[in-house]
Design a protein around this ligand. Structure first.
Ligand code: IPM
Ligand code: MN
Length: 353
């Protein structure tokens, strides 16, 4: 297959992990005979510095013309500490989501047996937890009408029926391919927007009789995720709740640096690690490239290239088993591997496989 990839390395550790993602992609394409080409484009703080816009028109064009986007991270402390900043790197991410119509954000929460001890939860609670959070990504409070003056401010949590239907369809279909258990997370006891979500979900559930669908308030879901994470198979929720719950999800596995994500919708899909730009680690060769590398696995799987995805997953597991790990997950007394060395080890594994 011919693959045209837009690469958006972004800020902080973004460029370093991006390099490893691309190296792995090359190795897999070579092995399986796919032709791949890359177009690099600016985003985030780097794009603000260079052209004054965190998601420039040129980058949008590159994304639209590609088959997939390999995204790394955006964010820079120069902007976080400046409440008067008019443009922020994160706006680039939001603009990308909106302009590419990426309404479905797929965030798998998977555990790696050899890293369970890193989880803040008890081993027996978290071992075997494996669920997917499907977060609506282009609606709700993030994009609703906003107002702010010195005495009053508000954000609007608006959702239309078509917006709810299309994300729920993605969720029901994921559930059908997995353990057929869907949890719709909302705040229907308080919010009108949630009541519409629940109403639409109940109407749609009839079309998926094999799926066991349950409904859970978001506060309860936050609790259940740490009390009994294995309860969940597929969870679907609105933008803001999904933002919060997926951070919780990523840390209960003990391996935030290992979790990839996919955002799909109307135009080119985007594959990215769920962690941020970790500016303090920039240039130190310590960032974990695995979430980015697993994003490449998700990219292949999106195009139904299952063997390619499986080989990457196998290589990642082998690197963990061989204790070829970046410092934050290295075992005591284990050798020192940097971003580059972990990436290289995985590339070599793929080449030899
Ligand atoms: C995420 C991030 C973004 C979000 C920020 C960086 C705007 O936290 O992808 O979860 O809130 O969606
Ligand atoms: Mn977030």
């Amino acid at each position: 297959m011919d693959l045209k990839i837009a690469v958006l390395p972004g800020d902080g550790i973004g460029p370093e992990i991006s390099e490893q993602g691309v190296a792995v992609m090359n190795a897999v394409c070579e092995k399986f005979g796919h032709k791949v080409s890359y177009q690099y484009a600016l985003c985030g703080a780097e794009a603000i510095d260079k052209v004054g816009d965190p998601f420039p028109e040129e980058t949008f064009k590159v994304c639209m013309e590609a088959d997939a986007v390999l995204f790394s991270a955006v964010g820079d402390p120069r902007f976080d500490n400046d409440p008067t900043a008019k443009v922020r790197p994160e706006q680039g991410l939001l603009a990308m989501r909106k302009k590419l119509g990426l309404f479905a954000n797929i965030r798998p929460v998977e555990t790696f047996d050899c890293l369970i001890h890193k989880s803040p939860l008890k081993d027996e609670l978290v071992r075997g937890a494996d669920f997917i959070c499907i977060r609506e990504l282009t609606g709700g409070m993030y994009f609703g009408e906003k107002y702010q003056d010195n005495d009053k401010a508000y954000d609007t949590n608006a959702y239309t029926r078509p917006e709810i239907e299309r994300i729920l369809k993605v969720a029901f279909e994921y559930a059908m391919r997995r353990r057929k258990h869907l949890t719709v997370v909302d705040k229907a006891n308080v919010l009108a927007s949630s009541r519409l979500w629940r109403q639409v979900a109940k109407e749609m559930a009839v079309q998926y009789p094999e799926v066991e669908t349950d409904y859970m308030f978001v506060d309860n879901a936050a609790m259940r995720m740490i009390q009994d994470p294995r309860f969940f198979d597929v969870m679907v929720t609105e933008n803001t709740f999904g933002d919060i719950l997926t951070d919780e999800g990523s840390c209960i596995t003990g391996s935030m640096g290992l979790l990839p994500s996919a955002s799909t919708g109307e135009h080119t899909p985007v594959f990215e690690p769920i962690h941020g730009s970790w500016p303090q680690a920039k240039g130190l060769n310590i960032a974990n490239p695995l979430a980015q590398i697993l994003s490449v696995a998700m990219l292949f799987e999106y195009f139904n290239l299952k063997e390619e995805g499986a080989l990457i997953r196998k290589a990642v597991n082998a690197s963990l088993d061989a204790n070829v790990r970046t410092p934050e997950i290295q075992v005591e007394g284990g050798a020192r591997y940097g971003t580059i060395q972990v990436g290289q080890w995985i590339v070599d594994y793929i080449k030899k496989a």
